[in-house]
Design a protein around this ligand. Structure first.
Ligand SMILES: Nc1ncnc2c1ncn2[C@@H]1O[C@H](COP(=O)(O)OP(=O)(O)OP(=O)(O)O)[C@@H](O)[C@H]1O
Length: 372
């Protein structure tokens, strides 16, 4: 990895891939007394969790507070570091906990009310499980389509959260449920996709009691391992599971390719994952994709496939807009226009005043001079 280029040695020679950012976290790190992984020296290229957050996560928080939808997703083969990047460990927390901490630490402007709710789901075998509906059992939900708002999960639990500790406690319950369910079914949690969503609603009230509202969703997605599952000789359950992961990830690839090529039809409908991420991928969202790769030559094929996937994804251009209700937007624009006109009038008035003053003064001076 050199600056923003990742080069892979293949049998056909070095193959470079250029991205917005590239981070090295394989070696050259040291462990501080409290267990935090940090660069081993000033010249070390090691990207710590703090570094990744400052570079990538902080912008997401700014976007969300400005009223934009945002999404961060991690893609790559099992053990390449997706969960470490997104969730991390208690001593080295990843993007999600740092982002939550920054969101709640952000000052709330005067006369603004900010409400945050959390939802958490997993997609396993094309089925959606609500991870917050109960602490003991998975609750199955379905995707529906709203004529204006697009795809949504019907009946998905949204819990109000007041601070970072609230989010952590809820997510711990959800993660435990996901892991227990996975163990009971003899799978690992990396065989399902997990989507954590923070819904942020900000209401501003002016002196006359009128309010305007901005809403934004931030989706944080930890995808199932992207390696091709060898389906030969597997049990029924494994076969179905592998097929579902392959299907949803390859459909994610198809959606990304279609968006990158600006195709007229985008195959969102072909899997639950792409339905849920349709807005984040091709619609109104500022989206970031992290491709996690392994430096081992044993993983060469998977690494190349992940980099090719990311290479297609980087060509997508989303058009994000601030989410305000149309009436609120109109009222705000009219008020801004009104203020602009008032300012113009005031400026013109004071110019006219000072012109008149100058003329008065000149006349006084003239008459004074005449008197002497
Ligand atoms: N940047 C890093 N620095 C130090 N350790 C890391 C880093 N990235 C990953 N690891 C470690 O590598 C191992 C595998 O990472 P992780 O579980 O995040 O992979 P994954 O891609 O999420 O796998 P899966 O798809 O199976 O969930 C973990 O033990 C993790 O702590």
């Amino acid at each position: 990895m050199q600056d923003n280029v990742t080069t892979v040695d293949t049998s056909a020679g070095p193959r470079p891939f250029g991205f917005d950012r590239c981070y090295w976290s394989h070696d050259n790190f040291a462990e501080s007394d409290d267990g935090v992984l940090i660069p081993a020296s000033d010249s070390s290229p090691y990207a710590s969790q703090q570094h990744i957050f400052e570079d990538l996560g902080a912008t997401l928080v700014t976007n969300v507070l400005a009223g934009y939808n945002a999404c961060a997703m991690a893609y790559g083969q099992t053990s390449a570091g997706k969960s470490y990047t997104m969730i991390g460990t208690p001593t080295n927390p990843g993007l999600v906990p740092r982002l939550c901490a920054a969101l709640f630490a952000a000052p709330v402007p005067n006369k603004v009310q900010r409400q945050v709710t959390l939802s958490m789901l997993e997609i396993y075998n094309e089925q959606i499980n609500d991870l917050l509906a109960s602490s003991t059992a998975l609750h199955e939900c379905r995707v529906r389509q709203h004529p204006k708002q697009g795809f949504f999960v019907e009946g998905l639990t949204r819990v109000p959260v007041n601070d970072h500790a609230d989010v952590q406690a809820r997510m711990q319950v959800g993660t435990k449920l996901r892991t227990t369910a996975a163990t009971n079914m003899n799978k690992t949690s990396s065989r399902s996709h997990m989507v954590v969503t923070l819904h942020v609603k900000q209401t501003q009230v002016n002196g006359k009691g009128e309010s305007t509202t901005k809403t934004s969703d931030i989706h944080l997605v930890d995808l199932a391992g992207s390696e091709r599952t060898d389906l030969a000789g597997t049990s029924d359950q494994r076969f179905k599971e592998g097929l579902a992961i392959n299907q949803s990830l390859s459909n994610l690839g198809n959606v990304i390719a279609a968006l990158a090529d600006q195709a007229t039809t985008i195959p969102y409908r072909n899997s639950v994952l792409t339905k849920l991420l349709s807005n984040a991928l091709g619609g109104n969202s500022r989206t970031m994709m992290i491709a996690n790769i392994s430096p081992s030559p044993l993983n060469l094929e998977e690494t190349l496939s992940t980099l090719r996937f990311a290479d297609r994804a980087k060509r997508i251009k989303c058009k994000a807009v601030v989410n305000e209700s149309p009436t609120d937007k109109l009222i705000r624009e009219l008020k801004e226009e009104n203020q602009r006109l008032l300012d113009m009038l005031k400026a013109a008035g004071s110019d006219a005043d000072s012109d008149a003053l100058r003329a008065d003064k000149a006349e006084c001076k003239g008459s004074a001079q005449r008197r002497f």
